[in-house]
Design a protein around this ligand. Structure first.
Ligand SMILES: *[C@@H]1O[C@H](CO)[C@@H](O)[C@H](O)[C@H]1NC(C)=O
Ligand SMILES: *[C@@H]1O[C@H](CO)[C@@H](O)[C@H](O)[C@H]1NC(C)=O
Ligand SMILES: *[C@@H]1O[C@H](CO)[C@@H](O)[C@H](O)[C@H]1NC(C)=O
Ligand SMILES: *[C@@H]1O[C@H](CO)[C@@H](O)[C@H](O)[C@H]1NC(C)=O
Length: 423
């Protein structure tokens, strides 16, 4: 990808820095206030005060920080994010096998990569940003369930269902549990704090976007979550846990399956799986354009309204837990016909929906856009059509910054009073 000259932007950046230094949301972002807990449909920190999440995804943080020469990029990302009031980063605490592994084979860890994660956690803390740490992937990127299954078959275990054996094989579940235990009990080499005791970590996510073709009813993922969430709790009773679901409905009770994009099943039940013991809050993802590829803007807008409304309603009625939109974005690339004006409009719609619910005491209390990147020569490969580069995408940055400020004005409210408001 062609690079544009940088010098013309230096003055703009300096001006921006002056403006941001005076911005009111800075104070709010600085208050990373202790372990986050759940009170009804609210997140609370610091003695029961509510906290709302204006967040971003940056899966690349650990990997970048594993190269000590590249750590400044991680610092820059947190600095740019916290300057816009962002108080939550969702990122990968896994890289299973492959060229740049955290876990190169079951139980074998790359210390430089782990120190990269140590650095990410230390920087998040320094910038007042909470972390949602994800423990493996449904998809093949950075290993995921297929790599776990391959580790088992490579050592002679007879697995026949393919990557979805991940959810049922005793051997593979053992590998996964060992990864969970290794990460949670890791003592940060920079701060001296064990991950399981570090209040910078907001929550653990069992897997990025669990799906299961092998069992469309959702029973297989359900059983896996029912086993793994309590397992995480058995090692770390402090932090919150979520499954990592996209929000697809299945066959269970209270499932609005007619709302699934194109009516397809993905092997998960939104309501039932979030009811599992050990699951503290619910998540959805939101990609109307790619989920309804080729549909009109009106159809996508209709889907957006239905998806958010149905999940907010189901969460309030059947889960009574908080809900986060842990991924949302609009896919832009040359020739797609979509442009940044439309992306920014979508961004505004999502953030308005979050604020509208949060401000009336409802369960949708935050989100994280996919994905924050830097204008950095080392990151061209990470551009995926969804990237938001805050200093360049000034309108998106302004929308995000204003939203952070709105949410920050709700922070610190009395959670029980809000619950009464919602009822
Ligand atoms: C693997 O398991 C399948 C199904 O249980 C069985 O049919 C097959 O014979 C087994 N293969 C080997 C090599 O044991
Ligand atoms: C949204 O819900 C309405 C009412 O249930 C339905 O008519 C419409 O088709 C839904 N839209 C989409 C895109 O699913
Ligand atoms: C973005 O796309 C929309 C819809 O096609 C169009 O109306 C608008 O003019 C475009 N905006 C820019 C800045 O290209
Ligand atoms: C953000 O808020 C500022 C100050 O209220 C306002 O001037 C600006 O237009 C807002 N930006 C957007 C994108 O709404």
């Amino acid at each position: 990808m062609a690079r544009r000259p940088r010098s013309s932007r230096v003055i703009v950046l300096l001006l921006l820095a002056v403006v941001l230094a005076a911005a009111p949301w800075r104070a709010a972002a600085a208050g990373c206030g202790g372990v986050v807990r759940v009170d009804g449909t609210q997140f609370v920190a610091n003695g029961g005060k509510t906290i709302y999440f204006s967040g971003f995804n940056a899966y690349w943080l650990m990997m970048t920080a594993s190269d000590t020469a590249r750590r400044d990029a991680v610092v820059t990302a947190f600095r740019q994010a916290s300057a816009r009031g962002l108080n939550l980063a969702r990122t990968w605490a896994f890289s299973d096998g492959g060229d740049q592994p955290l876990q190169s084979s079951p139980g074998v860890y790359d210390e430089a990569m782990f120190q990269g994660l140590d650095f990410v956690i230390a920087e998040a803390r320094r910038h007042g940003v909470y972390l949602l740490l994800c423990l493996t992937n449904n998809f093949d990127d950075f290993g995921g369930k297929r790599q776990y299954v391959r580790w088992a078959t490579d050592t002679g275990h007879n697995l026949t269902a393919g990557a979805d054996d991940f959810f049922s094989s005793t051997v593979v579940k053992g590998y996964y549990k060992n990864h969970v235990k290794t990460v949670l009990t890791r003592v940060n080499t920079l701060t001296g704090v064990a991950y399981k005791d570090d209040p910078t970590i907001f929550a653990w996510e069992l897997m990025n976007e669990p799906r299961c073709d092998a069992d469309p009813t959702g029973a297989m993922v359900q059983a896996w979550v029912e086993e793994m969430a309590p397992y995480v709790k058995s090692i770390d009773g402090e932090h919150l846990v979520t499954a990592g679901l996209e929000g697809f409905y299945g066959d269970g009770e209270h499932e609005s399956k007619e709302l699934n994009p194109r009516g397809i099943y993905y092997g998960t039940n939104y309501v039932a799986t979030h009811q599992a013991a050990g699951i503290d809050f619910a998540t959805i993802h939101l990609y109307p354009d790619v989920w309804l590829w080729g549909s009109t803007a009106d159809e996508q807008a209709s889907f957006f309204r239905n998806w958010t409304r149905s999940h907010v309603d189901a969460t309030a009625a059947y889960l009574v837990k908080p809900l986060l939109v842990t991924e949302y974005g609009k896919f832009l690339w040359e020739g797609s016909g979509a442009n940044k004006t439309q992306r920014n409009y979508f961004l505004g719609r999502v953030l308005d929906a979050i604020y509208a619910t949060a401000s009336r005491g409802g369960p949708l209390v935050g989100g994280a856009f996919w994905q924050l990147l830097l204008d950095d020569d080392g990151m061209d490969d990470l551009r995926d059509g969804y990237e938001i580069i805050l200093p360049e995408d000034t309108r998106a940055a302004s929308i995000i910054g204003n939203h952070s400020e709105q949410l920050a004005s709700l922070n610190g409210q009395d959670a029980q009073a809000l619950r009464r408001l919602a009822n």
